[in-house]
Design a protein around this ligand. Structure first.
Ligand SMILES: [Zn+2]
Length: 155
């Protein structure tokens, strides 16, 4: 047999309010230092516990501004570490660019085809007469591939 009395509901309301106070005290006090869900739970459990305490802590932390900000900051830091993907091998990432047209040289070159290795920042500039589909691949093969091997990525 279950009896529901208005008094019982009031007391559970009061417990919730008290629980919130305890949560706030443990989670936000300087020594509490915004610990995560499990550690906050373990710490409070040393002193007191109540029904639904774990869920309340979870809910509380979910709505704690400082914890949410920390979480986002951590995620962004992790993300940017992944994005800054520095190549580990020389000539793994090589960028190519064309500079010009410049003043014509005695040999008839008016462009500079430049290569830069992303890791070592080694840069090479080859004077070329035209920036067409036969000149660029030929220079690339002669100046880069025959000297250093095939780079992984070229753009
Ligand atoms: Zn917090």
């Amino acid at each position: 047999m279950t009896r529901i009395s208005p008094g019982a509901e009031n007391s559970s309301e009061r417990t919730k309010k008290e629980g919130r106070k305890i949560l706030q005290k443990f989670h936000e006090q300087p020594t509490g230092g915004h610990l995560g869900m499990n550690r906050t739970f373990e710490r409070i459990k040393l002193y007191t516990s109540w029904q639904g305490m774990k869920e309340e802590i979870e809910e509380y932390i979910k709505h704690c501004d400082i914890c949410q900000k920390n979480k986002i900051t951590q995620r962004i830091t992790k993300l940017s570490l992944q994005i800054t993907d520095t190549p580990e091998v020389v000539l793994q990432n090589c960028s190519m660019d064309i500079v010009g047209p410049l003043t014509q040289t005695f040999e008839g070159n008016i462009y500079l085809l430049t290569f830069q290795d992303e890791l070592s920042k080694y840069t090479m500039a080859v004077p070329i007469p035209r920036q067409d589909a036969s000149t660029i691949p030929r220079v690339f093969v002669e100046q880069i591939i025959l000297k250093f091997g095939i780079p992984d990525i070229t753009y």
